[in-house]
Design a protein around this ligand. Structure first.
Ligand SMILES: [Zn+2]
Length: 118
């Protein structure tokens, strides 16, 4: 039969191993969350670069490598505008020519950006 001290020692080892395991799991989870946050920041920076490239091409810069993507972005933007116009037609509102907000056609100024409507 095992000595009581031997049993207690084994229990202590098991408890500290469990503690180490949960500490490891916590560290893994914590680092995974931090990686996800860093990837979001990375994506945001990539998007900023993309927007700068898009704006540069629209301002006249020649960047043929991006022509297909720029064209696709323009088609997507046109598609979005079309759908916003459909919503405006259903809601009987007009679109602000400055910011695109959906506004009551009685308004003389856009309540969102202040642009004059008529
Ligand atoms: Zn507006």
């Amino acid at each position: 039969m095992a000595d009581i001290n031997e049993v207690l020692d084994k229990a202590k080892v098991l408890a500290s191993t469990a503690g180490e395991k949960s500490q490891e799991l916590y560290q893994i989870s914590k680092n995974k969350v931090e990686i996800a946050q860093l990837n979001m920041k990375l994506d945001k920076n990539y998007m900023s670069i993309g927007k700068k490239v898009y704006d540069a091409v629209k301002a006249g810069e020649e960047l043929p490598d991006f022509a297909a993507l720029i064209e696709e972005i323009d088609l997507l933007k046109a598609d979005i505008e079309e759908k916003r116009d459909i919503i405006s037609a259903i809601k009987n509102t007009v679109r602000c020519p400055s910011c695109g907000a959906d506004i009551n056609e009685d308004n003389s100024f856009c309540p969102k950006c202040g642009a004059q409507i008529k």
